[in-house]
Design a protein around this ligand. Structure first.
Ligand SMILES: [Zn+2]
Length: 141
């Protein structure tokens, strides 16, 4: 069994649907091939995530089936309302995100002084350019 053939078997191996003989072949390849061994470890780590990403597709199929069922009977075909609890969770998540981003923004850009402080504070850091700096003569009538 070469590397390509071994990697073709990864999904079946992970789902435990490969035949015992085939599994044994793959495992013996993994023992002798560090690259495939690593690839299988990475695959096994990411497979549950990829597997869960398949679930919305199942929901979509279920949704299409329901729409077809309702359309056949002349019922209104509207998108089913989201589960209230899920909507609540989404709102809560958005509020937490907003609060966190506001806190993060204020911790970085907290206003130190008001605008009035800024223009009356002699230590504001602003310096007149030397040759245009007003002198007391400029203000004398
Ligand atoms: Zn290999």
């Amino acid at each position: 069994m070469n590397c390509f053939e071994a990697r073709q078997e990864f999904p079946a191996l992970w789902r435990k649907t490969a035949t015992p003989e085939r599994s044994a072949e793959v495992y013996s390849h993994l023992k002798g091939c560090a690259k495939c061994d690593h690839a299988f470890r990475v695959f096994a780590l990411s497979a549950p995530v990829l597997h869960s990403a398949v679930e919305p597709e199942r929901n979509a199929a279920e949704f299409r089936r329901r729409v077809a069922y309702r359309a056949q009977r002349g019922l209104s075909v509207t998108r089913p309302a989201r589960e209230p609890r899920r909507l609540l969770a989404m709102c809560a998540g958005m509020m937490v995100l907003f609060a966190a981003s506001t806190a993060a923004y204020l911790s970085v850009a907290a206003p130190i002084g008001s605008y009035t402080d800024e223009i009356t504070n002699s230590d504001s850091g602003y310096e007149f350019p030397v040759d245009t700096a007003p002198t007391s003569n400029d203000f004398a009538g």
